[in-house]
Design a protein. Structure first.
Length: 289
């Protein structure tokens, strides 16, 4: 498996591949799987799906400082590129390359350009982590410009991020198809996340799975026509009683705009939540309709 650290080297690798299109194949030539490393089974499923969807795959591993606030875990975020490279190699897929740039390669100078994302980025995780989605938008747009993929794949666990990336590509006419992939879960229902490494065994096995269970219960209540506000309040109380800190939010929203809904929607709708447990901040979501 080839691995590239610079934009120039990755582009030199990809340019001839783009020109050598197999005439009989209508699939995109290049798929991008952007990650911050600490790869788990969810990421590896994105790589498998990417390779099915395209002739060549680029997996980027870059812990993006622009999406961390000064008090957040940028320094301590789990990093193990050697292990990550082995995990991707173990998939035994051909035509998969790694892109593992340093911070100075992506940000040779402090970036002054910002992408204004509007309302979708100021609520939920955007309210709890001001500036986070601006940092995500910046790096993902840069990665799109660097790799120029025909398709890019993201996990649905970060549902707000996924919808923001869809908005960016639509609003800026970036010629890339965005594919959301269902959240990979442990048998307990806990969504796989690199930050699960911060949990103790008890937190991980006993308390954390209650996030998904509470989402499932609330979704059933809402589908059954129960009062939305009461259902959301009860879900927050259940999480606090289970051992989480008071949730940052537990919200019922329109799946595209992420605006809050006060009654059962006939359109696609979702429950979103985020709550801190011990040293980890966990997020999860579930489709309601
Ligand atoms: O979801 C992530 O891992 C990151 O937010 C992403 C999309 C790789 C951008 O840094």
């Amino acid at each position: 498996m080839q691995s590239f650290k610079t934009i120039a080297d990755l582009r030199a690798h990809l340019t001839p591949l783009r020109q050598r299109k197999i005439a009989s194949r209508i699939a995109p030539q290049i798929a991008l799987v952007p990650t911050m490393g600490a790869l788990h089974a969810g990421h590896l499923e994105l790589v498998r799906r990417a390779r099915k969807a395209a002739d060549h795959v680029v997996v980027s591993i870059f812990v993006n400082p622009a999406q961390f606030a000064p008090h957040e875990d940028f320094q301590s975020y789990p990093r193990d590129v050697v292990r990550d490279a082995q995990a991707v190699a173990d998939l035994k897929l051909d035509n998969v390359a790694l892109f593992t740039p340093d911070v100075a390669e992506i940000y040779p100078a402090a970036p002054r350009t910002q992408i204004e994302l509007g309302d979708i980025a100021t609520r939920w995780d955007g309210a709890a982590r001001p500036g986070h989605f601006a940092g995500v938008a910046l790096v993902v747009t840069k990665l799109f410009n660097i790799a120029q993929p025909g398709i890019a794949l993201f996990g649905e666990k970060d549902f707000q991020q996924l919808q923001i990336i869809r908005q960016i590509t639509r609003d800026l006419s970036i010629p890339v198809e965005i594919t959301g992939v269902p959240t990979a879960r442990e048998a307990s229902g806990l969504a796989l996340s690199s930050r699960n490494a911060y949990l103790s065994d008890e937190e991980r096995n006993i308390i954390a799975p209650k996030l998904h269970q509470t989402l499932q219960n609330a979704a059933e209540q809402i589908r059954a026509g129960k009062d939305i506000e009461q259902t959301l309040q009860k879900a927050k109380q259940d999480l606090t009683a289970a051992g989480f800190n008071a949730p940052d939010y537990f919200a019922y929203v329109d799946s595209e705009t992420l605006t809050p809904l006060s009654r059962l929607s006939p359109l696609a709708s979702r429950l979103l939540t985020a709550a801190r447990l011990g040293k980890a901040r966990l997020i999860d979501n579930i489709a309601v309709t």
